[in-house]
Ligand binder design. Structure first.
Ligand code: DON
Length: 574
């Protein structure tokens, strides 16, 4: 541990002991924060300090859910572009004692005032600026309700104990990393447009805070303290709700107190399938992730991939053709299951997958059927995934987001947090692509209280005895599902350990645009073969995804942070 982190943990102990009647959490001096092998618990996240917070919770006897909730609140402080209070997400929890996996849906909901045409201009075209950056791009946040639900149902520590580290980080300040400074500077124009955001994250001259300086977030600390004291009520009906609604109204937005009070967390059955001897459980709708992950695995199971060789042209061709078919189905059939009858069983049926596999010509690319807008990757994207695992075998796989990096760039005055722009994940109009180039239809059209379709894919894989083997997930918008797919295949099919599985070069195809995006590391000769088969290839303008994975290897937990994000770290808790 370096000095600033010791200071933060010391402050945390002080806050924790004054805020709670419970015994103060004790940071186990044996807690090891850097090893990627540990026996008693592990947290892997995109930001080192947040991983350390989770590992310390595990080291002091908390379970994987306690660690996940503490890490989630800590990331809201240390990774403001994706960690959040103002967004939403999905948490998959494996409960070892009950041998049961639950899927906690804390996705944002459209406000009551939302309607199918709300982002169309006078000509009936989608106004992307409004869908992505206006106050109406904000849906009702679910994160606070979701994390507290997980803690109350499945955690063992108090709210005060799991929130104390985040409060200390916000009030004492975090050390600005190169990643934080650079990510703020890169979006300065958009973020400075909101004076509240400018005040929270930038210096008076409009520049981003310098690397190594301390960023104190006092309003956020106050909000976290209120949440710690009053729970969900503060955020959805109390002082924070008042501040949030006042901020929305100051931009002429419609989201109001009733929308907040009506927010619901939903526990759902995970969608589970098998890949050879393994069971794979992932997020059901309103995420498309689980269904299409399993659908693609089902298609791919029809071929002996191992004999083709990892990232060979023959293997990548089968991957691409599976992706193309899954994303075509996504555009038609996927949406919030509380509003639209998503054909989950049919889409994840192995017989259907066999039909799709049979359509694939093994030496030639299939044409995607219609012209569509290109994938817009000029907006920087940020969601974040983390996984936690405890000594009892409980496992959490959590992905949450503001949608774009720093959401719509607007902050809640007095409450210290940014607002999501998740409304853009709906299909604002049939045939018009959203910010990830994804198409949608009626299943994902905007309706009051509906949840926008997501690609977030928190996943837990089990071995043939039913014991958890691996937890993973990723940011990356539309690329999340294909990134998780390749991580699983690298480990399960090609025998890579999870660090190798994480590092290996990835590709992505999403039906439209009809292009294979590739990362460096896919060989030139392989690309040449794929081009000759009729595929259009384009180097991805940025890395594909950032998985934060934990795997079980005999008695060891193995953490694999994905260094596609520079501050990522796994933290073991032996
Ligand atoms: O829920 C979704 O699918 C998107 N809002 C996720 C956004 C995202 O992953 C941005 N990240 N890199």
């Amino acid at each position: 541990m370096n000095t600033p982190i010791i200071a933060v943990v010391a402050a945390w102990l002080l806050v924790a002991s004054s805020a709670s009647a419970e015994p103060a959490p004790i940071v186990d001096s044996k807690a090891r924060f850097h090893p990627v092998l540990a026996r008693s618990g592990m947290v892997a996240s995109q930001e080192r300090v947040a991983s350390e917070v989770g590992a310390a919770i595990l080291a002091q006897g908390g379970n994987a859910i306690d660690a996940a909730v503490a890490t989630g609140f800590a990331l809201a402080v240390t990774l403001p572009r994706a960690g959040n209070l103002g967004g939403g997400g999905f948490m998959l929890v494996y409960l070892a004692e009950q041998q049961r996996t639950v899927a906690i849906d804390y996705r944002e909901m459209a406000p009551r005032s939302a309607n199918a045409d709300m982002f169309l201009d006078g000509e009936g075209n989608v106004d992307n600026q409004r869908a992505r950056y206006s106050i109406d791009s904000t849906a009702v946040p679910g994160t606070v309700a979701g994390l507290l639900h997980a803690l109350e149902q499945y955690g063992t520590l108090t709210r005060q104990q799991v929130l104390a580290p985040a409060i200390a980080l916000a009030s004492e300040g975090i050390t600005v990393s190169p990643d934080l400074s650079e990510s703020l500077q890169a979006r300065a124009e958009r973020l400075l447009a909101d004076p509240v955001t400018a005040g929270y994250f930038f210096r008076a001259d409009g520049s981003a805070p310098e690397v190594g300086s301390t960023l104190v977030q006092s309003d956020l600390a106050k909000t976290l303290t209120r949440i710690s004291q009053q729970g969900r009520k503060d955020f959805y009906q109390g002082t924070t709700a008042d501040l949030l609604v006042a901020s929305i109204a100051s931009h002429d937005g419609q989201l109001d107190h009733r929308d907040l009070a009506d927010y619901q967390v939903v526990e759902r059955q995970p969608v589970c399938g098998s890949y050879r001897a393994n069971t794979v459980c992932a997020m059901p709708p309103p995420s498309s992730g689980g269904i299409h992950l399993i659908q693609m695995l089902n298609i791919l199971e029809n071929w002996d991939l191992r004999s083709l060789g990892h990232n060979s042209a023959a293997y990548l061709h089968r991957l691409i053709e599976s992706m193309r078919r899954a994303y075509a189905d996504r555009s038609r059939y996927l949406g919030d299951p509380d509003f639209y009858p998503v054909p989950v069983l049919r889409l994840t049926d192995k017989r259907y997958a066999a039909q799709l596999a049979a359509q694939v010509e093994l030496d030639r690319a299939t044409d995607s059927e219609q012209v569509a807008p290109g994938l817009e990757l000029n907006e920087s994207l940020e969601t974040t995934h983390y996984s936690s695992w405890d000594r009892w075998g409980n496992v959490v796989s959590n992905t949450y987001t503001l949608n774009f990096s720093y959401g719509n760039g607007k902050s809640v005055a007095g409450a210290g947090f940014l607002l999501n722009n998740e409304m853009d994940d709906f299909s604002a109009k049939k045939g018009a692509a959203n910010g990830f180039g994804l198409l949608g239809e009626e299943a994902n059209q905007i309706e009051p209280y509906k949840r926008p379709l997501s690609s977030m894919t928190p996943t837990i894989v089990f071995n043939s005895e039913g014991a958890p083997l691996m937890a993973t997930g990723s940011p990356g918008g539309s690329t999340i599902i294909t990134v998780v797919l390749q991580t699983l295949l690298n480990h399960l099919e090609f025998g890579m350990n999870i660090a190798e599985a994480t590092a290996a070069a990835r590709i992505h195809h999403q039906w439209w645009p009809d292009k294979v995006f590739w990362e460096k590391g896919v060989g030139d000769d392989t690309q040449e073969i794929l081009r000759n088969m009729g595929h259009t290839l384009e180097q991805s303008p940025r890395v594909l995804g950032a998985t934060q994975t934990i795997g079980q290897q005999g008695p060891w937990l193995h953490g694999a942070a994905d260094y596609r994000r520079s501050e990522a770290a796994a933290a073991g808790a032996d």
